[in-house]
Design a protein around this ligand. Structure first.
Ligand code: 0O2
Length: 197
């Protein structure tokens, strides 16, 4: 395939439409939950089709040829959706809505909230198969988890940290754990408020 041609080939408009369909579904879930909770559980929701450059880089990193087959059949995040919730429980409720909708085949789920990565990264990851041949990665997380992931991603590009590497890794993990503890406290406060109302 020539580099000037999209790695997604003729599927590009189709995956863009699939992304829109998933975002519309998330909106429906939000509306349903807003009615029962009395508040919108989603702080924000972002969707993207992975850029040409990122997809080609990911193929190279994974020793895959830069083809449509790799981009759509071997890698699963051509379509990506990040749903950022106010509270931890809402992450799991939205996950249940997605699973129980019957709209997707659930290929993989990874609960990095109950089992965080060693660096402190927390998020709930799902790989969905859409219409038999397309894939989407859904990341569900709280505002705190999203803040930490954004800052940690930012810091990854600072290469000249030399002898302080171990200290920085420890500090990042400590911050992640403190944020997780705050998330639990905020959830408890929300539960108390809901019980009262
Ligand atoms: P981009 O540019 O963000 O799209 P796998 O190990 O592949 O079976 P997993 O764990 O779900 O399954 O996948 P992976 O590759 O570890 O994580 C997928 C995405 O989660 C990453 O996308 C990041 O967006 C996010 N992520 C995972 N770990 C971390 C982390 O330690 N810090 C931060 N900030 N984000 C993380 P990509 O592919 O890196 O690229």
């Amino acid at each position: 395939m020539e580099n000037s041609e999209s790695i997604y080939g003729a599927h590009k408009p189709v995956i863009e439409q699939k992304l829109k369909d998933i975002l519309a579904h998330v909106d429906e879930i939000r509306e349903t939950m807003t009615q029962s909770l009395g508040m919108d559980p989603v702080e924000h929701c972002l969707g993207r089709v992975k850029s040409e450059q990122s997809m080609r880089e990911k193929c190279r990193r994974n020793n895959l040829p830069e083809t449509t087959e790799s981009a759509l059949g071997k890698l699963y995040d051509a379509i990506g959706v990040r749903i950022v919730c106010a509270f931890v429980d809402d992450v799991y409720t939205i996950r249940d809505f997605i699973v129980n909708s019957g709209k997707y085949e659930i290929l993989k789920e990874k609960d990095y909230i109950r089992h965080c990565k060693p660096n402190g990264y927390r998020s709930y990851h799902m790989i969905l198969r859409v219409d038999g041949k397309y894939h989407a990665e859904i990341q569900l997380r709280t505002i705190s988890m999203d803040t930490w992931a954004a800052l940690e991603h930012h810091l990854k590009y600072k290469k000249d940290i030399g002898g302080r590497q171990a200290l920085i890794v420890n500090e990042l993990k400590r911050c992640a754990d403190e944020l997780a503890s705050t998330d639990l406290s905020m959830q408890t406060i929300r539960d108390m408020i809901l019980e009262e109302s």
